[in-house]
Design a protein around this ligand. Structure first.
Ligand SMILES: Cc1cc2nc3c(=O)[nH]c(=O)nc-3n(C[C@H](O)[C@H](O)[C@H](O)COP(=O)(O)OP(=O)(O)OC[C@H]3O[C@@H](n4cnc5c(N)ncnc54)[C@H](O)[C@@H]3O)c2cc1C
Length: 405
């Protein structure tokens, strides 16, 4: 074993970089290992290359997985205001966009990565890239990190290896194996924030069309989960924020029924009233054109065809039963999910090391003294909008601030 490190951070993605910086700022000597030769692959592709660093409003309800009380405790220790101040301090001022999303003023993820690496360098963090960690064990009463280029002793080891999303970035689930070898269990992982593949031939001709919807996921015996937002029809199924946000729920229960309200905000009575109003105001308007005032025209035409209605029917001639059947379908349009696009296309992983196995005040493992866990390896996944990075920053802060030598 070559040397004994103060803090060994395994994985230098968002959570690992932040942990290394915060620990080094507290005077600890820190080495960060990463299997990749270049750091920050996921930061660079995040937010469409602009990196949605956090969100102006972050609450425990934005996350799924472990206990909301524990999530709250960790978020409260390093809330959004501190994230904004930290990034300003390292030369990355942020600005707010739609839905509270905070992006760097530069609109470039590269500036976020470069600032983190620069700050890590300034505080004395040593990076050992191209060092894939194959095992963490205990030898002679201290932790031992085995890498593809030799073994290192460490007083503390922080597992920041991420989940399984985009495995070619280096986060391929090895971290789970490392945690299990140290006594942890794993809540079975599934892809999250991932596009959904649909059965049938309805979606493909609509590829490229986005529309506002409210998607509902109904699992036997539980309250439906509803997410409102934009949905994008694609050649394979659906994507866009609303579809990504519900994906984890279907992947947790593949028998769940998924439907989209194509008239979000309307219920049966108000939607029917709207159609009756249209028929009264424009009795000669054709059904297809009338619907196109409520939906993208191509979707309206596809809906009419799918339901076997005649698009040329004047609104005043639409039988009441057809009108009511149409409204029912528009409010619960079936999305027959067959699968997801998998980890290659998933922004995050749901599942991981349960929060019950860590100490919430420090993120220390309850199974292995000296071990800490941060970021996506933990059983916490956020919705779309900067929440997953906020989890990375907050959990990094808590672990790096843990007292003791
Ligand atoms: C396309 C895309 C866009 C996204 N956009 C956003 C966004 O805009 N806003 C947002 O909040 N979230 C976004 N996310 C999610 C966000 O990127 C992740 O939640 C976050 O990066 C998780 O950070 P992490 O450090 O825990 O894990 P990761 O970023 O996955 O980092 C883990 C690191 O550990 C290394 N590693 C793994 N195993 C080993 C090993 N055995 N030995 C050595 N090193 C190892 C990996 O190489 C990697 O560098 C996006 C994700 C993707 C894929």
């Amino acid at each position: 074993m070559s040397e004994t490190l103060d803090v060994a951070v395994v994985g230098a993605g968002a959570a690992g970089l932040a942990t290394a910086i915060f620990a080094a700022r507290r005077g600890r000597s820190v080495v960060a290992f990463d299997g990749a030769t270049k750091l920050g692959a996921k930061i660079l592709v995040s937010g469409g290359g602009r990196c949605n660093v956090t969100n102006a409003r972050v609450v425990p309800g934005d996350f799924r997985g472990g206990s909301s009380n524990v999530v709250r405790q960790i978020l409260d220790a390093f809330p959004v205001g501190r994230t904004v101040a930290f990034f300003r301090e390292i030369g990355v001022p942020l600005h707010e966009e739609e839905d509270g999303k905070l992006f760097p003023d530069s609109n470039s993820a590269r500036t976020v990565l470069e600032a983190l690496v620069r700050e890590a360098g300034r505080t004395g963090v040593r990076f050992l890239t191209g060092h894939r960690v194959s095992g963490v064990g205990i030898a002679d009463g201290r932790l031992r990190v085995e890498t593809s280029r030799g073994a290192f002793g460490a007083r503390r080891v922080v597992l920041a290896t991420g989940g399984m999303s985009v495995p070619k970035s280096g986060s391929d689930g090895t971290g789970y194996r490392l945690a299990v070898a140290l006594g942890h269990t794993i809540v079975p992982p599934v892809p999250a924030l991932v596009p959904l593949v649909l059965e049938g031939d309805f979606h493909a001709p609509l590829s490229g069309i986005a529309q506002p919807v409210e998607i509902a996921v109904r699992s036997e015996g539980s309250k439906p989960v509803r997410v409102r937002g934009a949905m994008l029809w694609t050649h394979f199924g659906v994507s866009g924020p609303a579809a990504l946000d519900v994906s984890r729920f279907w992947l947790r229960d593949r028998s769940a029924r998924v439907t989209a309200n194509l008239l979000p905000g309307l219920d049966f009575a108000s939607a029917e009233k709207g159609l009756v109003g249209l028929a009264r105001e424009q009795p000669r308007s054709q059904l297809r054109n009338a619907l196109a005032t409520l939906l993208p025209a191509q979707v309206a035409a596809a809906v009419v065809a799918k339901l076997g209605l005649r698009g040329e029917t004047p609104m005043s001639h639409l039988p009441r039963e057809d009108r009511r059947a149409l409204v029912r379908s528009l409010l619960e349009w079936p999305l027959p999910v067959r699968d997801s696009r998998g980890y290659d296309y998933a922004e995050v992983t749901a599942g991981g090391v349960p929060l019950t196995e860590i100490e919430p005040r420090t993120l220390a493992s309850r199974r292995c003294p000296g071990l800490y866990l941060v970021g996506e390896i933990l059983d916490v996944d956020g919705r779309i909008g900067g929440f997953n990075f906020q989890w990375a920053w907050s959990s990094a802060w808590v672990a790096a601030s843990a007292p003791g030598r």
